[in-house]
Design a protein around this ligand. Structure first.
Ligand SMILES: NC(=O)c1ccc[n+]([C@@H]2O[C@H](COP(=O)([O-])OP(=O)(O)OC[C@H]3O[C@@H](n4cnc5c(N)ncnc54)[C@H](OP(=O)(O)O)[C@@H]3O)[C@@H](O)[C@H]2O)c1
Length: 260
């Protein structure tokens, strides 16, 4: 059975693909960079030679590319053979809302929100029809709060968290065997922050840990998975202190992250 991982060329997505390969899944890897995907594919095949690994490059910030990806996955793997879908690809845009580039933010919304929505809808219908499977959307702890100076990223992750929670509950009520989870990492050691123009000084959890906890949590049917020990407390504390105070504190924390 196949697992599809978006954003599989680097970071958390690459580690999720490696972990799913270890668990015995055949894989479909997607991201924009075909070269990096082929490198990831070669690494997994070296460790687990029996796997079938398809590479389908796509720019998921383009709506039509999301539909093309779905079509190609169905044609190459067969829709009845898709068992695990991971919507992981995402990006950030750092800066004050008045100063950030609108085109960059619209691209962020296309990738972090619209692509996750389209692919969740298309693949989940098939999983439910097949009567088994797992959908894992990668949100963020940012999805539980507002993020001044990183506003569109935090808001986009709030969409991912809320959408996934709602679908999880709909399927639970319907007694569906299909599992739907949201992986919500805190700071994780990938190129994400550099790519987003953010400087991170605090401790970050290792990428393989985020990947493993996310996949294991999804297989266990958890609605929300927050990897590591610290971030569940941070999210809980933010909820206890209420929206206003949490947003004020987040401003003070985020503004220090002005990086590149
Ligand atoms: N790192 C953190 O601290 C952290 C914390 C919480 C949540 N997250 C979330 O975790 C997910 C993965 O992030 P990461 O930290 O692993 O970041 P990353 O190392 O920058 O990886 C991002 C992945 O997304 C792909 N991607 C970017 N733009 C794309 C596009 N337009 N179409 C298709 N693929 C695209 C990239 O590949 P190409 O460049 O080849 O396309 C890459 O494979 C994101 O959703 C992020 O929001 C990260």
């Amino acid at each position: 059975m196949y697992a599809l991982v978006t954003g599989a060329s680097a970071g958390i997505g690459m580690e999720i693909a490696r972990y799913l390969g270890k668990l015995g899944y055949d894989l479909i890897l997607t991201a924009r960079s075909e070269e990096k995907l082929r490198h990831v594919r070669a690494g997994i095949l070296k460790r687990y030679p029996g796997r079938t690994i398809l590479v389908i490059p796509a720019d998921l910030s383009q709506r039509e590319e999301c539909f093309r990806l779905y079509q190609e996955v169905c044609e190459q793997a067969g829709r009845e053979n898709i068992e695990f879908v991971v919507n992981n690809a995402g990006r950030g845009v750092y800066g004050l809302f008045l100063e950030t580039d609108l085109e960059q933010e619209l691209n962020l919304i296309d990738l972090n929100v619209t692509a996750v929505h389209i692919l969740s809808k298309l693949f989940l219908r098939d999983l439910v029809e097949n009567g088994h499977g797992v959908l894992l959307n990668v949100g963020s702890c940012a999805g539980f709060m507002a993020g001044p100076t990183f506003s569109s990223y935090y808001a986009s992750k709030s969409y991912v968290v809320r959408l996934t929670e709602a679908i999880h509950e709909e399927l639970r009520r319907a007694k569906s065997p299909v599992k739907v989870s949201c992986l919500c990492p805190g700071p994780t050691a990938t190129a994400f922050n550099d790519n987003s123009g953010v400087k991170v000084s605090g401790k970050q959890i290792p990428t393989p840990q985020a990947a493993r906890e996310g996949v294991d949590g999804a297989l266990a049917g958890k609605m929300i998975v927050i990897p590591g020990r610290k971030m569940p407390f941070v999210v809980g504390a933010s909820r206890l202190m209420g929206e206003h105070l949490s947003t004020m504190i987040n401003y003070s924390l985020q503004v220090k992250k002005a990086g590149k």
